[in-house]
Design a protein around this ligand. Structure first.
Ligand code: ZN
Length: 306
């Protein structure tokens, strides 16, 4: 039993339209689900991924309208890393992100940048043979496209405190951190020394990182987390996957999410993310909810590539 790398990363946006423009426009991902926060149906929960809406490529955002900019600190994820194919791909993104006004910083085998709300990300030249998870954007050549997550980095002032739980979840030492690697994908997790300034949740910060579980192993991962001292939530049905959540000792919120049923549970693959999807309990309130949330312009649909 192994976790299949990162399932999704969820962050916070205060600017939903700018968020769509950046992720479905500049970064060339596909908006694969437009739904509302299950705890507050007046605000969006937006999902971007590859063409198929695959786990392993899915970055999601809770919309907190008007949220103040946050700041990553101790116990928070500070960088989300994606894979790309080559140095040429890094060159493509250095140019494209720079043209879009994003701050970029080119390294030897990586390119760091921030989204419009300051969420730090990194493109790394892939060193693994995991199948690339590609979205199809007219301005992004396939050879340059993002290939899914490589991993995340977090701040921790006591990384050793997390060792027992990570080992219980079958993470293995890799590079300067850890890797959760299953039969088809792996994802990296590493810590850095926190800054002096305290972190603050807010726009541009990561809310949680989810690790991928086979559906029939999900309950057993929950049991393992409990046995290792974590306090997981009960299994929650998120419709597109099932989830449990717990804080790992550094303070980072972990989720373990199932590989399936997936984003085609309530709409066809061809038109993922175009219509507002509502959890069954909220369907009767559709008219009211659609009148409340701000209309969003999806650059991809406008370009006729639904
Ligand atoms: Zn999640």
């Amino acid at each position: 039993m192994k976790l299949e790398g990162v399932h999704h990363v969820t962050a916070i946006t205060g600017l939903a339209q700018e968020n769509v423009d950046f992720y479905a426009g500049t970064l060339g991902l596909r908006m694969v689900k437009k739904t509302v926060n299950q705890d507050d149906p007046t605000v969006y929960h937006l999902f971007y991924a590859d063409e198929q809406g695959s786990a392993g490529s899915d970055i999601t955002f809770f919309e907190y309208p008007g949220a103040r900019p946050g700041r990553a600190g101790d116990g928070m994820v500070h960088t989300v890393a994606w894979r790309v194919a080559s140095h040429e791909a890094l060159g493509f993104w250095e140019q494209r992100l720079g043209d879009a006004g994003a701050p970029v910083e080119r390294g030897e085998a990586a390119l760091a940048f921030s989204d419009p709300e300051g969420l730090r990300q990194e493109l790394r030249i892939s060193t693994v043979s995991d199948p690339p998870l590609l979205a199809d954007h007219p301005e992004v050549p396939k050879e340059a496209a993002l290939q899914g997550f490589d991993g995340v980095r977090a701040y921790s002032s006591r990384p050793d405190a997390s060792r027992g739980l990570l080992e219980a979840l079958d993470f293995e030492p890799a590079g300067d951190g850890w890797e959760a690697r299953g039969g088809s994908r792996g994802g990296l997790y590493a810590y850095d020394e926190p800054p002096d300034e305290r972190g603050a949740a807010g726009a541009g910060t990561v809310h949680h990182v989810a690790w991928a579980s086979e559906i029939d192993e999900h309950e057993r991962w929950r049991a393992r987390a409990t046995a290792a001292g974590a306090q997981p939530t009960p299994v929650i049905d998120r419709f597109y996957f099932r989830s449990v959540y717990f804080r790992e000792p550094s303070g980072v919120l972990f989720e373990i999410a199932t590989l399936g049923p997936g984003f085609t549970a309530d709409e066809p693959l061809e038109t993922l993310g175009e219509r507002l999807s509502l959890p069954p309990d909220y369907e009767r309130l559709r008219e009211q909810i659609e009148a409340t949330v701000k209309p969003l312009h999806n650059p991809r649909v406008a370009a006729g590539r639904g």
